[in-house]
Design a protein around this ligand. Sequence first.
Ligand SMILES: Cc1ncc(COP(=O)(O)O)c(C=O)c1O
Length: 345
Amino acid sequence: MRANNLSEMVGNTDLLKIESLSALTGCNIYVKCEYQNPGGSIKDRAALQMVLDAQEKGDLKPGMTIVEGTAGNTGIGLAIVAKALGYNLQVVMPKGQTIEKERLISLHGAQLLLVDPCPFKNPAHFYHTAKRIGEENADYWWANQFENLSNYRAHYMHTGPEIWQQTEGEIDVFVSVCGTGGTIAGNSDYLKQQNENIKVWLVDPDGSGIYNFLKNNEYKSQGGSFTEGIGIMRTVDNFRQAKIDYAVNLPDPDLITVAHYLAANDGIVLGSSSALNVAGALRAAAASGPGKTIVTFACDLGERSYSKLYNPDFLNEKKLAQPNPDISALFERYRAQAMDNVVVV
Ligand SMILES: Cc1ncc(COP(=O)(O)O)c(C=O)c1O
């Protein structure tokens, strides 16, 4: 394509078959390569749509500053879009996310405010801090990716239709992690409108409450995860639009196995949420049986997770190092589990 600025390059990403896992499972497992977006992640789509809709509504006017609370990728996406369309950007991020994302936000010319991580009820939480900055400054506009349905619309209007066209309607299972829920909501809503038989799987890391919320209607989590940008302990408007059939909770060792196997075997070096997506696709393949076409996302690449997922020191320190990741053993375990511990929503 020929683009006039980077914002025009968001979307229209490729769909890539993962040959090794397709052969292992007897399913066709695809990842949509969201790292091809100009900011390197799926969150460019939400960033662009939020800005375009706010411009159209007149909430965001030339010369204003965008402010947003983010685990990083939405900040990078907004930084790209803000520069391309002539806005300033103030990002509020919790400390402890990978240094790679902090650096990218600054490199793209945004102001970065790091706050201490804390529970959502604390007014110092990155979400409330961004909201407060937006309220206290008349020339600031708060993007609010959690409640702003432009996020869902980005996927309903673009990502979902792209998947439908790229698979020529041959899709049986759609798998996604969830942060704000914009991705799983927009795609599941669109895809189920095309074919109500498509099954939607949500895959949730440890430390997130969505799995238990869908199981028992209460936000409870166990353990923790080093994944970033996914998992949540409250219900937000974007997630409310999701059409989910099954939910599963998978621990970090599973995504580490997938990530290191794909890097060594297929040359695909996934970020941590993407590795969890692919582990979810394996889990769904094990439960569904062979012959299905399964689509999930490569939300970003491993270069953004290097200091954790691909860093032997970090994995050793967390007692997560795996000298020989055994993908067949993981798939056999998933096959033995079948629908055990899968929440039917
Ligand atoms: C790497 C990565 N994957 C997945 C997600 C989750 O996407 P969504 O917010 O649409 O649920 C995020 C969100 O920030 C992310 O940064």
